[in-house]
Every structure is written in structure tokens, then in C-alpha cells.
Design a protein around this ligand. Structure first.
Ligand code: HAM
Length: 422
């Protein structure tokens, strides 16, 4: 027997309600904030991600699902959305539109990581990007958008973590300070950090190994090395977040796992913080468009992990609206009854009422058992006697009450019921 590949999951009908709940909130709020929906391919040229995400990141080094297709093209299942959205922005000349261009997508992403709760190999993101604007007001808007979505869903006790990691003008000086600080303590670092010191020193700040924590706590802070324009940008961002009454924690240790970030970085953490817990994160990527061959174009965005949000909705016992129940199950006895049931569901469905017709030759008892399993509110039962009389039995499945009605009346009543229920 085959099983779903490690790190992937099936979502069965009984589990779909929170997905619908989260996804419809994402669509609604993105529209409310003026973000248009974009959909990009599930795979892209491998080079896009190597360049975009950065070759020295964990994602590019060990997590990408890369393959060569039958035509010899080097392709990769997208490990994230930003590089692809910026690629589409450049490819379709969206820079000719009034800026910024605000885009969102609900997408699957793929990373070959060690699966655990909240960490999958195929996962889903709500990704929002604002491209073509440097103004920190747009950074603030994105932080508010992520926070409001999570708050609207009913999650409580979240914290917004914020930092600025500078830009091409001031970051090199900060990285130098960081490297010389850690080099002085190299032997106290975990083996991963010793390696990162050469490849991606900023990522040392993100190490979870207890051995490295005392050193990280004393490390130089990027906010102390910001150049004038970056410091001004960060101050104005905090001002706009203040005006939006959004409580944020300035966290000088916050760095992110992708190389394209400049200036703003942020994450939203749930109340119980653990390695796999970050609900969403993002930041500014003013150099990315140029890196991908476009003209210099600022941008900022975030992505939220849908599986992690659903885990938190469950942990916080947030009530989720159920999927709409099935209205009618049409059961039958005999050949004529089956024909009548089939005709009845046509009429009900055309009138917009949800209806399922029994199939096969199971007993009436088995058919009604299925009606209950499907959560149907009503059963319509047709046998020879009903067909002859032009009637049908209408049974309220919750109450067990049953009455015989002329066909038209039964249909009229059920279509009315459905409209009221909707
Ligand atoms: P990221 O931090 O790599 O950022 O991922 C964003 C969110 O996706 C995480 O906070 C987490 O909720 C979820 N996530 C990441 N990896 C996994 C996984 N293996 N399993 C389950 N959920 C996961 C980005 O992807 C950037 N593209 C965000 C961004 C957009 N920055 C600017 N614009």
C-alpha cells in the first residue's frame, strides 16, 4: 500500500473546516487591504531560487526539491513565494502600473526538512507582497495585515517581533563587527555556527543550540549599526505601528532564513514559542528585483504558514464555523423509487439545494445510515406506493419525524429550508 510521502498530509472532508475558515479570511482581508490575487507556477527555474533565496541559506543548501525535467531544464518546486512573485512582477512589466503593486497568493511550498509538528515538506502559505514602494508606511501596513488576520481568526496572546538589519550601505560594517565578535569566541560555538560564521554570519543570531545562547545574548545588535536612512526608515516604521496601536517587540536578535532581506524584518509568534512555532514572517527586500535582472525596485512582504495557524486554532480551542451541512439525502426502495429519487435530486440541485441520491441496492436502513454519516438534515424516501400516489416521504433526520407530501410540496419546502439555512 502506498502512503502519502513523508512530511505531506491529506486533508479529509472532516478536517477541511479550519482550512476554509483561514483561507476565506485571507481572501477577505487581502481584498480589504487592496491586495490583488496572483497565482504563479508550482515550479520555477532552479536559478531563480538560488539567486533569490540565496545560495548560502538552509533552503538552497539542503531543502530544495530540484530536478531535471525530460527536456533537460533545471527546475525546483517552489520553497517560498517571494522570488516567484517578483519574477512575475518583472516579467509582466507590472512596474509600468502605478506603484506599489500589492499582490497576494495562497500557495503550497516545498522544503525537504525534518518533518515534525508544524514543519512539513509540503506546506501552505498566505503570501502578501507590496512591490515598488520604499515608504515604511507600507511595511507597517503589512505587519498590521498579518496581525489583523490572526486576530480576526480569534488567536490570542500573539507577539509581533520587529528588527531592522540595515541595507547594502550599513550591513557590511555590522556583519564585520558580528564576525569579529564571534571569531573571538569561535571554540564556544556549536559546529553549525562555526560553519555559518564563514557562510552566513547573520544566521548565528538565530541558532537554537543552548550552547550558543550566552554568546548570542552579548552579540553586537544590527540596530546600533544602521546608517542614517535605515535608522530613519526604522523610526518611521515604528511610528506608523504606534499610530495603528499595534504592540510590537523590537527584537535585535531577529534575523530571517532568507538572504534577500534589507532593513525591516518581522515575525509573529504564538504564546508558546518553540523552534517550529513562528506563524508568519517577512520583511523588506529592496535588492531582490535587481538581483533577478530587473531594475532596482523596493519591495516588502510576508508569508504566513497555514498549517501552523490551524495548529494554533486547535491549541487555543477557537471555534471554527462548520462546513455547510448537506440538506437532503434521497433514499429509495425498488426501481421506480430509484427513478423518482434521481428525478428529485435533479430538481433540488437545480434549485440550489444540496442533495445526495443513494446508489446501489443497499437496504433502506443502510441508506439512512449513510444519510446520517453525511450529516444530512432531511431524507426523501420513495417506494412503489409513493411513486404511484405522486408523493414522497419527508423525514427530519434529527428528530426522526416523517410525513408524506406531494412531490411539488416536498421540493418547495426543501428549497425554502435551504434558503433559510444559507
Ligand atoms: P519563511 O519564514 O521561510 O518566509 O516562511 C513563512 C512562514 O511559512 C513561516 O513563518 C511558517 O509559518 C511557514 N513555514 C515555513 N516553513 C515551513 C514548513 N517546513 N512547514 C510548515 N510551515 C512552514 C518566507 O517564506 C518568505 N517568502 C516570506 C516573505 C514574503 N518575505 C517577504 N515576503
Amino acid at each position: 500500500m502506498y502512503q502519502a510521502p513523508k512530511g505531506t498530509q491529506d486533508v479529509l472532508p472532516d478536517d477541511i473546516a479550519p482550512w476554509r475558515y483561514v483561507e476565506s479570511a485571507c481572501h477577505r482581508l487581502a481584498q480589504q487591504f487592496g491586495y490583488g490575487e496572483i497565482r504563479t507556477p508550482i515550479f520555477e527555474d532552479t536559478g531563480l531560487f538560488l539567486k533569490g533565496v540565496g545560495e548560502a541559506t538552509d533552503i538552497a543548501e539542503k531543502e530544495m526539491y530540484s530536478f531535471r525535467d525530460k527536456g533537460g531544464a533545471n527546475l525546483t518546486l517552489r520553497p517560498e513565494g517571494t522570488a516567484a512573485v517578483v519574477r512575475a512582477y518583472l516579467e509582466h512589466g507590472l512596474y509600468n502600473r502605478p506603484q506599489p503593486v500589492k499582490l497576494y497568493t495562497l500557495m503550497s511550498a516545498f522544503r525537504h526538512d525534518q518533518p515534525q509538528a508544524g514543519r512539513l515538506r509540503e506546506f501552505h502559505q498566505w503570501d502578501c507582497e507590496a512591490i515598488g514602494e520604499e515608504d515604511p508606511l507600507i511595511d507597517a501596513e503589512l505587519v498590521v495585515l498579518l496581525w489583523q488576520l490572526l486576530d480576526d481568526l480569534g488567536l490570542r496572546g500573539l507577539s509581533v517581533q520587529l528588527n531592522s538589519i540595515g541595507d547594502a550601505a550599513c550591513r557590511p560594517q555590522y556583519v564585520r563587527a558580528l564576525v569579529s565578535y564571534f571569531e573571538a569566541h569561535e571554540r564556544e560555538l556549536c559546529p553549525d555556527c562555526q560553519r555559518r560564521l564563514r557562510t552566513n554570519p547573520l544566521r548565528l543570531l538565530d541558532c537554537k543550540n543552548p550552547q550558543c545562547q550566552p554568546l548570542i545574548a552579548q552579540a553586537p545588535r544590527s540596530v546600533d549599526y544602521l546608517c542614517g536612512p535605515c535608522a530613519e526608515h526604522f523610526a518611521r516604521l515604528r511610528h506608523y505601528l504606534d499610530l495603528a496601536a499595534l504592540p510590537v517587540t523590537v527584537n535585535p536578535r531577529l534575523v530571517r532564513g532568507l538572504d534577500y532581506y534589507t532593513r525591516t524584518v518581522f515575525e509573529v509568534w504564538p504564546p508558546t514559542v518553540g523552534g517550529q512555532s513562528t506563524l508568519g514572517g517577512g520583511g523588506r527586500y529592496d535588492g531582490l528585483a535587481e538581483l533577478l535582472g530587473g531594475r532596482p525596485t523596493p519591495g516588502v512582504g510576508f508569508a504566513m504558514g497555514i498549517e501552523r495557524v490551524i495548529l494554533n486554532l486547535k491549541a487555543q480551542e477557537v471555534p471554527v464555523p462548520p462546513t455547510p451541512p448537506l440538506a437532503v439525502y434521497a433514499a429509495y426502495l425498488g426501481v421506480a423509487g430509484k427513478d423518482q429519487s434521481w428525478r428529485l435530486v435533479q430538481r433540488l440541485r437545480q434549485a440550489g439545494t444540496s442533495a445526495v441520491v443513494a446508489t446501489g441496492d443497499r437496504s433502506l436502513k443502510a441508506q439512512l445510515r449513510q444519510a446520517n454519516a453525511l450529516g444530512a438534515q432531511w431524507a426523501l424516501i420513495s417506494g412503489d406506493a409513493e411513486v404511484e400516489a405522486g408523493t414522497v416521504q419527508l423525514r427530519n433526520l434529527a428528530r426522526g419525524e416523517q410525513e408524506t407530501l406531494p412531490l411539488d410540496e416536498a421540493v418547495a419546502r426543501l428549497t425554502r429550508v435551504e434558503r433559510v439555512a444559507v
